[in-house]
Design a protein around this ligand. Structure first.
Ligand code: FAD
Length: 278
């Protein structure tokens, strides 16, 4: 099913993000099996987070063969038109219907110059013009880390939408107010496609610190205090409770989709979904 069909319901759609594991994928496939009982509309597979590409294509096929709709993430900044043409053809041959089109982070090498695709809107336009894939793009409730201001951020989001994006998947956020404000700004800009909330259950302090070092993500006082106070299972439980509250608040406001950053661990996401069903 394509993204526009998936989000054509009045109910909040659930989906999961996983990454290709560095080692053999059996453990991930087990985690996915556990999450499958929540009937996700699809699973998304990140790009470039460990594992080589052949492994990723194989994993995409394995997930697909297990009966789950899968959406690969795909980055363009270091790639060429030829390579991207090949890869997107490969996705279609695998029977993939949706893709998350991203620029990717700029390599730290100071001499790096992008060639064919410098921004995600270039990639969206290319995919739209050369395939039948439905296209998701990234959105940043608190602004992308390189954006000078929130207004410019939305203008650049609009470029991706005008190029053919079908849904926006947000960066994770810990305060729903940022998401609601973002959706208002997106709609004010005349963008009507679904905006899907990115939810990351807190698992460890290290994980939160890593995320906030890479992106604009505010950490509310309650979470800061919990990170000081709790560890291991106590922090895991806090994370479940915290994300459950976030999801309940989002569902109350009729969010079209919840996209869980599972970090390849089903435990917290499974508990959160059980909680919100209650
Ligand atoms: P863009 O939309 O191109 O934006 C990047 C920056 O450029 C922004 O500041 C934007 O305002 C600006 N900009 C955009 N277009 C223009 C333009 N035409 N002219 C001038 N400025 C412009 N990274 C991975 O490596 N692998 C993944 O699997 C992955 N998955 C992700 C999933 C989600 C849901 C999200 C939110 C992010 C993900 N990322 C992933 C991270 C992403 O690659 C980075 O955030 C990256 O820095 C920006 O990618 P983008 O597609 O948002 O870029």
């Amino acid at each position: 099913m394509k993204l526009n069909e998936i989000y054509s319901t009045d109910k909040t759609v659930v989906s999961f993000e996983v990454f290709p594991p560095k080692s053999e994928p059996e453990n991930l496939l087990k985690e996915i099996k556990l999450l499958a009982k929540h009937k996700p509309a699809f699973l998304s597979l990140t790009y470039g987070a460990g594992g080589n590409e052949n492994k990723s294509f194989k994993l995409l096929k394995n997930i697909k063969d297990s009966g789950i709709n899968v959406m690969p993430h795909f980055t363009c900044i270091t790639s060429t038109k030829e390579k991207i043409s090949q890869d997107i053809k490969e996705f279609e041959l695998l029977g993939i219907k949706n893709i998350l089109a991203l620029r990717g982070d700029i390599p730290e090498d100071k001499t790096f110059i992008c060639h064919d695709f410098c921004h995600a809107n270039d990639l969206v336009k290319f995919i739209k013009g050369n395939t039948n894939l439905s296209i998701g793009v990234a959105g940043y409730p608190e602004g992308h880390i390189e954006s000078p201001d929130l207004k410019t951020d939305i203008e650049n989001l609009k470029r991706k939408v005008d190029a053919g994006a079908d849904a926006i998947f947000t960066q994770l956020f810990f305060e729903n107010a940022f998401f609601f404000d973002y959706v208002n700004r997106v709609r004010d800009a005349g963008i009507t496609i679904p905006v899907i909330a990115g939810i990351m259950p807190v698992i460890s302090e290290k994980q939160v610190n890593k995320m906030i070092s890479m992106a604009n993500i505010s950490v509310p006082k309650k979470l800061k205090e919990a990170l000081k106070k709790y560890q291991d299972n106590a922090l895991l439980d806090f994370g479940i409770e915290f994300a459950t509250e976030q999801c309940i608040g989002l569902i109350k406001e009729n969010v079209q989709g919840l996209h869980f950053y599972t970090l390849n661990k089903s435990y917290s996401t499974d508990k959160i979904l059980n909680n919100i069903k209650e």
